[in-house]
Ligand binder design. Structure first.
Ligand code: HEC
Length: 124
């Protein structure tokens, strides 16, 4: 959370809504997934996951590309049909997620391309 806030509101600098944290900036593909998927559809909730261990990021805070890549199976399960517990678990966010290219971008990046339906019925 702190990394995101400090990055978007740099001391003495201008607001930077396109900020990409270092953990997502190793490759262009990682940074693209961060901008197109994580920031708009996951970060609002996931950046608030806090580790109980001092000076460690909770892996569910999605602070690094690696933290998402290593749980690829879980991500695919949660996005593609895990019922009302599916992600992104908010109705409007889910509707926008599935009507944008974000799902495809994320699944492609995880090496698991293919169609999948929203986990919850988010038809407007
Ligand atoms: C509205 C808030 C919210 C949004 C938006 C959201 N999540 Fe979550 N997510 C949660 C919460 C809360 C949990 C923990 C649920 C639990 O522990 O049962 C969770 C859990 C998960 C898990 C399971 C974690 C594990 O143990 O592997 C995955 C995967 C996940 N989210 C992926 C995503 C992805 C990818 C996005 C964006 C496309 C997203 N979520 C958007 C709130 C959200």
């Amino acid at each position: 959370m702190r990394i995101v806030i400090d990055g978007m509101f740099p001391a003495g600098g201008r607001f930077d809504p396109a900020f990409v944290p270092a953990g997502w900036n190793a490759t262009k593909a990682d940074a693209n997934v961060y901008r197109e998927v994580i920031a708009p559809f996951c970060r609002g909730c996931h950046s608030s996951f806090e580790s109980t261990i001092p000076n460690t990021e909770d892996p569910l805070a999605f602070a690094t590309a690696e933290s998402v890549r290593t749980r690829a199976t879980s991500v695919v399960d949660h996005i593609c049909g895990s019922g009302p517990l599916g992600m992104p678990t908010a109705e409007i966010t889910t509707a926008q997620f599935f009507s944008s290219s974000a799902r495809a971008v994320l699944l492609q990046w995880l090496g698991q391309p293919g169609a999948c339906a929203p986990a919850i019925d988010a038809a407007p």
